[in-house]
Ligand binder design. Structure first.
Ligand code: ZN
Ligand code: ZN
Length: 353
């Protein structure tokens, strides 16, 4: 009799646990939306179509704005993060001394403020590195929320992006191929396509795989097309001085201000770098890359379909788009493996002038 009651109790508990797991599982799955890739086809075909000679090509140049280039770090931690090892003051001073003009402090799930440096030519941006809990905090993937004065601790990924944008901030996807957080830290292409209103994607972060992150970003913009801009950034994601000054962006702003930085980040007037200083631009319909200094590097012009359409080892390279490439982006790599990434130059084909 007693034994039978025990068996029944056990069975009830098992059923209850199973039901709870199913319900939580469903809720968790709904938190992490992803699209069917077939519904988001590659807008630029694998084999580039021929274009007729009586058509003209307009090259959209994200760098065609007045201003100077300034160095910016958009992702770093202080000891206000559980895994951060240097004080806010030490960290900020290190960036200031290294010649950075813009610095976003992005501690985990909190906003850290610092006003210890009084220099109008050094701008600290409030932000956070937000954990999108999956299946529960602290597991899950990370995103950057910049120009926000408070962290967002609830909601799914889209809620977290939208609240940043509503607060006049900018959101970005951190280290898409980071295999940390027991592999819950990854952002897949279908997940990134399910989200909207974010502006940045890391193509270089020392904790992630930069080749894979670059490929993910390339596939993303190839499917989003020219109307939805998602730009590439390189970051340190430093937690102490060891990963300091490894990856940054050079941003073209007119004067130095938080507003100017925000505008430039939204329109793509910046490039990602782990070393080379490059001037990217368009001259008479030709896309050019000029490297500062006399160390030659491999300059590759990559079409929307992923094909390297032209490559040269030099301090300068240029490529005249045929018009069928969808977009052209430029990658630079020095002999020592230091790299720079331009944003895409989107092409528009029109009637001949
Ligand atoms: Zn992270
Ligand atoms: Zn981080």
């Amino acid at each position: 009799m007693f034994k039978r009651r025990m068996t029944r109790t056990k069975r009830t508990i098992t059923i209850l646990v199973a039901l709870t797991l199913i319900v939580t599982g469903q809720l968790i799955l709904r938190q992490r939306e992803e699209v069917d890739l077939e519904l988001y086809p590659q807008l630029i075909p694998q084999v580039l179509p021929a274009i007729s000679t009586d058509q003209s090509v307009i090259v959209h140049d994200p760098y065609d704005y007045p201003g100077e280039y300034y160095k910016a770090q958009l992702h770093m931690h202080t000891n206000k993060s559980l895994d951060g090892k240097w004080s806010t003051e030490t960290a900020v001073n290190a960036y200031y001394e290294a010649g950075y003009t813009y610095l976003a402090i992005t501690d985990h799930d909190r906003v850290t403020l610092f006003d210890g440096i009084n220099d109008p030519n050094f701008v600290i941006i409030a932000g956070e590195e937000n954990t999108v809990p999956w299946p529960f905090w602290p597991l899950g993937a990370h995103m950057l929320r910049l120009f926000v004065d408070s962290p967002q601790r609830s909601g799914n990924a889209q809620t977290r992006i939208s609240s940043a944008v509503r607060a006049d901030g900018i959101a970005g996807i951190a280290h898409p191929n980071w295999s940390g957080n027991l592999t819950t830290g990854k952002w897949t292409l279908p997940q990134m396509l399910a989200l909207h209103d974010y502006t940045l994607v890391e193509v270089y972060n020392p904790h992630s795989n930069s080749r894979k992150d670059t490929a993910t970003w390339h596939e993303l913009i190839r499917r989003l097309g020219p109307e939805i801009s998602v730009w590439a950034i390189a970051v340190d994601d430093a937690h102490d001085e060891n990963l300091f000054n490894r990856g940054w962006v050079m941003v073209k702003t007119e004067g130095v201000s938080e507003e100017a930085l925000k505008e430039a980040l939204l329109r793509g007037s910046f490039y990602a770098s782990t070393g080379p200083t490059v001037v990217f631009g368009v001259e008479d319909g030709v896309i050019t890359a000029r490297i500062e200094g006399d160390e030659p590097a491999e300059i590759s012009f990559i079409a929307g379909n992923g094909e390297v359409v032209y490559s040269i080892t030099s301090t300068e390279g240029s490529y005249e788009p045929k018009g069928n490439e969808g977009f052209i982006r430029v990658e630079v790599e020095t002999k020592r493996g230091k790299r720079a990434w331009s944003q895409p130059f989107w092409l528009e084909v029109g009637e001949a002038l």
